[in-house]
Design a protein around this ligand. Sequence first.
Ligand SMILES: *Cc1c(COP(=O)(O)O)cnc(C)c1O
Length: 447
Amino acid sequence: MTAMEFTSTRDSAKTAGFAAALLQGLAPDGGLYVPRAWPELGPESFGDAGDLPGIAARLLTPFVAGDPLAASLSAITSEVFTFPAPLAPLGTDGRLSVLELFHGPTAAFKDFGARFLAACLSRLRGPGQRPLTMLVATSGDTGGAVAAAFHGRPGIEVAVLFPKGLVSPTQERQLTCWGGNVQSFAVRGTFDDCQRLVKQAFLDPELREQTELSSANSINLGRLLPQAVYYAATSLAIWRQSGEKASFIIPSGNLGNSAACTWARKVGLPIGEIVLAHNANRTVPDYLDSGEWRPRPSVATLASAMDVGNPSNMERLRAMFPELHDLRTAVSAFAVEDKDIRTRIRAGFEQFGQVWCPHTATAAEAYERLSAARHWSPGRREGRWVLAATAHPAKFREIVEPLIGRPVAVPETLAKLFARPTACTEIEADLTALRAALGRRTSSWKS
Ligand SMILES: *Cc1c(COP(=O)(O)O)cnc(C)c1O
């Protein structure tokens, strides 16, 4: 098998192998790594592989070909994919289901990517090396997933940046309950400020001198690739059972999860449409409508993990579909206001007995709008549709419980985290403050 190379979205002459791309996070020119060529992996390439670790090993093998990590791939996939991504049918005709991506340690889909990245990077660090600092900007769920995945790993430090006061209380606990090699910073600003800071940190010679930096945001290739695995597994299961392609509706913010789905389709998995469900941060839906790319400051919504005004992975989508026309064919997008998120959470409970987090509810609402636009009725629906359920509703119980009028059961993994003490350091949204804080590495503990 020929070695796989990854190139920067900004300069196809800048290439890196898999391990190097993971360690760097962002390409040196500020671009994002994408595969130089796409392997072909139609359904038949998966043989009888049926579980996530097995499908992951087959899907990812060509991407790690020729890399130092290639020999460890199956050990990595068995270490990472230890919890299921079950498909729950909605209604009785089998045409609509929910893909539950929230059964990992921090109850959101980001556990898949964070655990994969941690499993890879920890194998790349030897004793006696400078510690690696993982910088992560989070609008809520990434930071918790990354902290959980890297906590206690020798040779790796984690710095989590979150917008002060803009994550849910439950999320904040998950971001600040770690200690040890994990530091959390409450940034006086928005998620976009956090993301900008991370990007600036990477380009800052002073910081790069101080420590070796990598990023655990979905700009990191090591987050993206494992997310393609559950789209592969789900589409294979539906294909094997019905011979039909699966179409996905994906709650989207930074577009990492949906970029991963487009990658799965690109290599040949039986995936039909890909629909992006955004909240009131409508940069992407507006772009598809108008053809003008106008990133803007993010606005706070109920689906806070998607409060992104300038989605980084758009760069990956545009690298794949440079012509607007092709991008419009590849994906469609909806923007869902908070009031419709609320309505959909109530309706999901009343119609299906399902409890959805606000993000998942945007996908359910997008499905309703598609149904209306295409004149589907419950007896006459087309295709197989899958709503990605990106977080467990218990992470957003402050929002969900009043809407459904009853308590949401908290999964055991989350309950354990809530019992830990928390600590964080507040900083201004500028690089000088971040440099100083990273240098100081002190924080005061409170319970
Ligand atoms: C991160 C997140 C999203 C958005 O995913 P992107 O990959 O940034 O598009 C959606 N829902 C939840 C619960 C999330 O944590």
